[in-house]
Ligand binder design. Sequence first.
Ligand SMILES: [Zn+2]
Length: 111
Amino acid sequence: MPKRFQRVMKRVHVKTTKHNKLAFKKENAGRPECGLCKELLRGVTRGNKTKINKSSKTGKRPSSLLAGVLCNKCRIKIIEEAIKVKHEIKKMEDTEITLRKYIQQIISVVD
Ligand SMILES: [Zn+2]
């Protein structure tokens, strides 16, 4: 009977000299990618889930605004849009729908 935490893990049959043995495979966490353009995020830990859990909070992702969510290009673009919306150069309705939730996040943090 597998242990409680092993029930979700993938099962692998390993051949030994005496008999076949049931082993459990450790799953890797998914590839960290940008929320808008799906580009690979830099500075975010990848690989085994236990390795990620052991690393410190600042080791897991960069600490700047929206880091670990969006790539640098998209972050700069959204911050520029947020500044325009805040200073009433541009209206919120004129921005792209996909960017709005991030723009609202930035405006709420700055206030
Ligand atoms: Zn991006």
